[in-house]
Design a protein around this ligand. Sequence first.
Ligand SMILES: C[S@@+](CC[C@H](N)C(=O)[O-])C[C@H]1O[C@@H](n2cnc3c(N)ncnc32)[C@H](O)[C@@H]1O
Length: 358
Amino acid sequence: MSFDHLLYTGRAEQILHQIVPGSVLACVTDPPYGLTQYRLDQVRACLQAWLAGKPYCPTGKGFMGRRWDNWIPGPEVWAPVSTTLTPGGYTLAFSSTRTVDLLALALRLSGFTILDQLVWLRGRSWPKGKHLDGRYCTTLKGLVEPIVLAQKPSGQQAVATLQQYQTGMLNVLDTVIRGEAVKTHSNSAEAVLSKGIYGSGKSGATRQNSRQEQGRFPANVVISHNWDCATVQDGGQVVESRCTAGCPALYLGEAASFFAQFQEEPAAFYADPVGNQERNCGLADRNPGLAVKPVALMKWLLQLVVPLGTGVVLDPFLGSGSTLLAGDDLGIPIWGIDADPVMVATAQQRLTGWRELR
Ligand SMILES: C[S@@+](CC[C@H](N)C(=O)[O-])C[C@H]1O[C@@H](n2cnc3c(N)ncnc32)[C@H](O)[C@@H]1O
């Protein structure tokens, strides 16, 4: 393990208080989606608890029987996340279409400003509801995962925040949609660019000069291609493809070129976005994690919220460490937390395996 990364075992709401306030640049995480029934009395009790500054801890289980998934993490987690962040720092949190309302509210109640909701479009999924006779079902097929983009207010203008705290503006240059020209519209951004502090900082002058040729402005939609689409990639993004049935890029046609596109890998399960090699690298057995995220997607998200190309990123719901693997590829130190020691060990082993693959 590189000395840059730090992994903690324990509940995020406790561990976060050990982290020096303002020492983290961004938070990129995949928290529990709380995929359970939401009765009105529970939602009311939850809001009352959160407004009273208390956690809401219902009994019961969530997705695939996991106890930790029985509700959305509340301000007891997001408020200390905000404390660890530098002013202007971003949080990107995955969610589900069913429970994103409560996640966004928990973030708001913790002092974050909600800036956007990215949409991750996927081609293959299965309807998770109850089926009857092939004729009725309680749900639609879920092809979309929202990713909430929130920000800790800095109390000053974005450019000043970028100059003082190295955050507060998104890294458009490193997340450009490959293939077409980027248009920048802001004089302030031009001024910042000309000071050479935008982009990774590793090759500032070259980046500034070539920015018009690098691609389209990043949008709040990202696409996963099916694993069996034939693709050409550039810097991890798909730039050309021959797509198979069900791929969202196939149905979007030309319009797909407006969005960052990544390719899924062959996986054990039909609808799994992460291939076996990536999922299980370094592990003797199958990855015990749920909802493992594609490393290419995590890299794009990390680049988006780390404007100068490096700075500590927090993942308080580390799981099997997809954020860690992505950060390692980019030279971004990841401070990861997971309540389950098995998941922390899994993330460590995956990192070792990932480095061997690289
Ligand atoms: C959806 S999984 C993250 C999966 C991850 N994206 C990956 O690629 O493997 C959520 C993780 O949060 C952990 N978790 C749940 N509640 C927690 C808490 N209060 N503090 C720390 N970790 C928690 C669970 O153990 C689980 O590993």
